[in-house]
Design a protein. Sequence first.
Length: 285
Amino acid sequence: MAGTSVRARKMRSSLSRTTAARLRIETTLRDFLPIVGPPRKIAFIHTPKCGGTTVMNYISRCVGGKESGRTGKLTELWLGQSPSNEEIERARAGRFIAGHYSWDSIERLNLSDDTYIFTFLREPKSRLGSWYRIASEFPDDLVHEAARELAEKCRGLSRVELFSSRELAIRNMTDNCMVRQLAGRLVTYPVADDEWPDLLETAKSNLRKLDFIGLHETYDDDFIVLMQQLGLPHPHTVPRDNVTSNWVSGHEAVECEDEVAAAMAPLVHWDQQLYGYARALRTSR
């Protein structure tokens, strides 16, 4: 797959301009009419490869995009590169704050109590497999220097090679990322063995503070429920953006699945516990 097609697939929204315009008009009317409109502030903790691009695109079409200042984008992915104070302030100014950021940024944003905060999670092995399909086909023309360096390290690796890699830039993207993201530890790595239990408990505690937890396995239903809770227009059909489930990288089809599972196991150990907790938490609510 050519790099340009990967970039196009990643960036393009499945919503037409006509649909996007309709969503924006209807959301604006909901703000002024005596019906439930979207909360004053919405924050989406976007866990990579959990269906978040679709959610982000859809809500930003409803409330207004980055160009208008109504959507604030925040990125917290790269080793040692926490968002600057200026980036935090720009994101805080938006009505909808979205991006790959951690709980550390939630605390720095100092959001009001009425902010609606949510996330989507995915079965950890499935999430990591989807991330591999992206990582092994990164385009050549990435703008961010850290992204270009990561792409160079990942390009051409098999699943076993990538999941077994000791490169910190790769491990930072693969090692129990859901726990680290919800515990506020996305850009600091490695993690000492004795730190993981506390990180897991912190992530569980932060999960309980969220207004909504969506799951990739029940995505269509959860998408509709989320829009209902947000008071946003409902789609006739749930859109799907940046889908990688049908991609097959060159090395993927010929590897021993037992070896892949063994290489993947330590990278999902803590995430699996968090995911099980998230499912139980949803049921209890």
